[in-house]
Write a protein that binds this ligand. Structure first.
Ligand code: ZN
Length: 469
């Protein structure tokens, strides 16, 4: 059983840390983006170095005080928000933003875990390199949190998740020991790869304090198109066609259900929309090509071929960088519009590519049988990742659906599981999906996870209640 982060513990800890490291828990550390959970804490620690993280964890383990690691606070499954239990200490990496090094020839950037993603992207760009992780919250999400949740985003199709973008991590374990894994190697087979154990562990096995990240050459020319497609099946056929013609040049391929742009038109009317009347399905294709290829020409040639095959009905090809940015702005406005409408339930799921169209049809039919609801389905279809969000019928409030919520999620997750998918594609398990991890996870796999947790964090101080419950 854990002890609360109380005055006696904080008095002892403050003597081991520079003044100002410990602060009272401000409200911003205790709420999550969608207001679904409210956290509790005895204090917030803001260490400035790995050595200070080590001091904090050693003291917390000795006193059996829970520690909730905190990076940008943008997680969507409650991994950074502990709603009840003995008051924990929040450990924020916000002051650990030091850039250690950029190795341009080696295509590696080494940074502390508190660096904000947008700053890392900008530092890479200054060195004429690309750090390809891109997501809506990049202005506040921090590298440590992105690694702890193995974040995905829009460019996974081409460049992979955080796991694939990371060559090494440094982390502090529950006993305060430091795993110094900041290797910059493409090949390294020295025993178990602790990097991959820590990435995606959501702060339950250790606190990531620094990382070596992969950089890439910047594509010489970029372009984008928004194309109306008759169905999700057609979207998948269009993706295959685009990849046949352009190979790796396809950087992102997003599916957008009509409900998203309709929500945006209603709630964020300043957003420019490519179609006056949003089609039921459209895709956003993003290209990054070598200098010899013209993205506008490539996209219009793709459009002609796709039109002849009946895979597209209409389309707009970006004519400038600003125009391309407008498409992405619309895509990124969808989650914001969703928050303004207020979802009954949100699902971040992955399916085998071939199963996506059948999943969408079957989930929609099953939800119609449950009640009158609207679905906003969109996502990174090239990775098989859908954000399948369920909203009240027009004119009704989500509170009216409280009793239905468990059945809605059970319907969606049950179908995902039956079709060989995953109930957590890119957001993690956090505290919202712990029961479903047990329900749909592999039994032997879960037993192994519990054994690892018990070995690395025997007192259970690291992010109590997250992932394994
Ligand atoms: Zn996403």
């Amino acid at each position: 059983m854990l002890n609360p982060c109380d005055g006696a513990f904080l008095d002892g800890l403050s003597g081991m840390l520079p003044p100002g490291t410990l602060i009272a828990p401000e409200a911003r550390y205790l709420v999550e983006l969608r207001g679904r959970m409210h956290g509790c804490a005895g204090a917030v620690a803001r260490p400035a170095s790995t050595a200070e993280v080590s001091v904090i964890l050693r003291a917390a383990q000795a006193a059996r005080v829970g520690v909730v690691p905190y990076a940008g606070g943008t997680g969507l499954v409650g991994g950074q928000v502990m709603p009840d239990g003995p008051l924990p200490l929040i450990l924020s990496v916000e002051r650990m933003t030091r850039l250690h090094d950029i190795d341009v020839a080696g295509n590696v950037l080494v940074t502390d875990a508190g660096a904000v993603l947008a700053d890392v992207q900008a530092r890479a760009e200054q060195a004429d390199r690309l750090f390809p992780m891109a997501l809506g919250s990049q202005g506040s999400a921090r590298i440590g949190g992105l690694l702890a949740t193995n974040a995905g985003g829009a460019n996974v199709l081409r460049w992979g998740t955080m796991r694939e973008l990371c060559l090494g991590v440094e982390a502090v374990l529950a006993d305060g020991s430091v795993v110094g894994g900041l290797k910059r190697l493409r090949k390294n087979n020295m025993g178990y790869d602790l990097r991959h154990l820590l990435i995606g562990s959501e702060g339950t096995l250790g606190v990531i304090t620094a990382a070596a990240l992969r950089l890439f050459p910047r594509p010489a020319r970029t372009g984008a198109a928004m194309l109306a497609v008759p169905s999700p099946e057609a979207a998948l056929a269009l993706l295959a066609l685009a990849q046949e013609r352009l190979g790796e040049g396809v950087s992102a391929f997003e599916l957008i259900g009509g409900q998203g742009p309709r929500f945006v038109a209603r709630h964020l009317p300043g957003q420019r929309q490519p179609f006056a009347d949003p089609p039921d399905w459209s895709v956003l294709i993003d290209l990054g090509l070598v200098a010899a290829l013209d993205p506008e020409q490539a996209l219009s040639a793709l459009f002609e071929v796709a039109l002849a095959k009946g895979l597209v009905q209409d389309g707009v090809i970006a004519t400038s960088a600003a125009h391309r940015a407008q498409f992405w702005s619309l895509r990124e406005a969808i989650p914001e519009a969703n928050r303004l409408v207020g979802a009954i339930a949100s699902h971040d799921v992955a399916l085998p590519l071939a199963a996506l169209p059948a999943f969408i049809a079957r989930a929609d039919a099953a939800l119609r049988a449950l009640g009158d609801m609207r679905v906003n389905c969109f996502g990174h279809v090239g990775d098989g990742n859908l954000h399948y969000n369920v909203f009240p019928a027009e004119g009704r409030h989500r509170d009216a659906y409280d009793a239905l919520r468990p059945a809605i999620t059970e319907t969606v997750h049950g179908l995902v599981n039956a079709m060989g998918g995953s109930i957590s594609a890119e957001h993690g398990i956090g505290r919202l999906k712990t029961r479903d991890l047990v329900r749909y996870g592999d039994a032997a796999g879960l037993a192994a996870m519990r054994a690892i947790k018990g070995a690395l964090d025997p007192a259970g101080i690291l992010n109590p209640g997250a992932v394994l419950g």
